[in-house]
Design a protein around this ligand. Structure first.
Ligand code: FES
Ligand code: FES
Length: 172
């Protein structure tokens, strides 16, 4: 499914993953704004060997503006393009963010989605964990409540109103 990229010596050692994704791989779903790990908009999900447990891998979200391309050797990188689109169908997180009206201009949305996608790779979260985990993702439009409600609807302790709304969205 994924595409393998080989980097040659023409790419300078200070190149960030976000720039490679956008400019070389032409995967522009990953946005970039602050370039200092302050807004979360460039978030992607990586899977890399777990250095503490031989033969095992770790999956989690990272700000691609702070990830040096050459550090990614042997890693698997998922950007928002891998989750879903209007041709292949949307991931349930994407459907929920839309269904809860958690996106307006949409610029922060890929980063929000990828951050939450990375979080749930390591097991379900509680509502409080969802709220705390999103403190590195900024949105200038929505006021955060609909974004939090969308993602809290997946929490193990989600309240029934959120669960019902998620069920309705998934049926559409
Ligand atoms: S561009 Fe803002 S965190 Fe990467
Ligand atoms: S929807 Fe516009 S920045 Fe979040």
């Amino acid at each position: 499914m994924g595409e393998k990229y080989t980097v040659d010596g023409d790419i300078p050692p200070w190149t960030r993953l976000v720039d490679f994704l956008r400019e070389k791989a032409k995967l522009c779903g990953t946005k970039v704004v602050c370039r200092e790990a302050g807004c979360g908009i460039c978030t992607v999900v990586i899977t890399r060997p777990d250095l503490e447990h031989e033969g095992r891998y770790k999956t989690y979200s990272v700000p691609s503006c702070q990830t040096l391309l050459y550090a990614c050797d042997g890693w698997s990188i998922e950007s928002v393009e891998n989750l879903g689109d209007r041709f292949t169908g949307y991931h349930s997180l994407q459907k929920a963010l839309h269904g809860f009206t958690g996106t307006q201009c949409g610029y922060c949305s890929p980063g929000m989605i990828m951050h939450m996608y990375g979080q749930i790779q390591n097991g379900p979260l509680t509502m409080s964990q969802v709220e705390r985990s999103l403190d590195g993702n900024l949105c200038r439009c929505t006021g955060y409540r609909p974004i939090l409600d969308a993602f809290k609807s997946f929490a193990v302790d989600a309240d029934q109103v959120l669960k019902n709304k998620l069920t309705d969205i998934e049926r559409q």
